[in-house]
Design a binder for this molecule. Sequence first.
Ligand code: HEC
Length: 178
Amino acid sequence: MFTFRRLLKTCALFGCSVTVLVSTAQEQVKLGQAITEASLAEFDLIAEPSGISFPAGSGTARQGKIIFENRCSVCHGSNGEGNSAATVLVGGDMKSLDSPLRTVGSYWPYSSTVFDFIRRAMPANAPKSLTDEETYQVAAYVLYLNGLVAEDEIMDAKTLPQVRMPNAEGFIDQSHIQ
Ligand code: HEC
């Protein structure tokens, strides 16, 4: 099913500009009514591969382990092994013809998406409940579980987008094809 969350994730992965009219619990926004800056800010969260729009703050995987255990492991397992194909965060092999498995480590081309997606959509039972600092910490932990950063490596607006993903070259840019 093509959910709103999936649309946002696709945009975070591949980049696109989305204009959304939204209804929040706090404020009913109707068609034709200008959206307020405060309401818009809740959705203006795209942290780009180039490093643009990352907030202040930093964190390490060692710090993130505790938050991950408390807020994420119920669905993703303590080591990112997941409790369904959708919740596996680690391992997988996109080159396997029999069972390609999309995970953060095997599929995602940009590390910025790890921060962006967690900040807007996770934990799935309470999205946007993490502080920016906590988001840096758990994002560092997810990257660490995938063997992409060291346990005490500081992830911030500068370092996190620079983490190179194994599948960075796995996508073909067809935007020039008419
Ligand atoms: C209540 C269950 C639940 C909790 C708690 C939860 N998640 Fe998720 N998470 C999911 C589901 C379900 C998906 C798949 C969503 C989709 O594909 O649209 C997902 C997807 C993800 C993904 C993308 C995986 C991929 O390869 O597509 C990341 C990264 C992630 N979660 C991180 C976290 C982090 C970090 C936390 C804790 C702060 C967390 N999640 C807490 C259920 C949960």
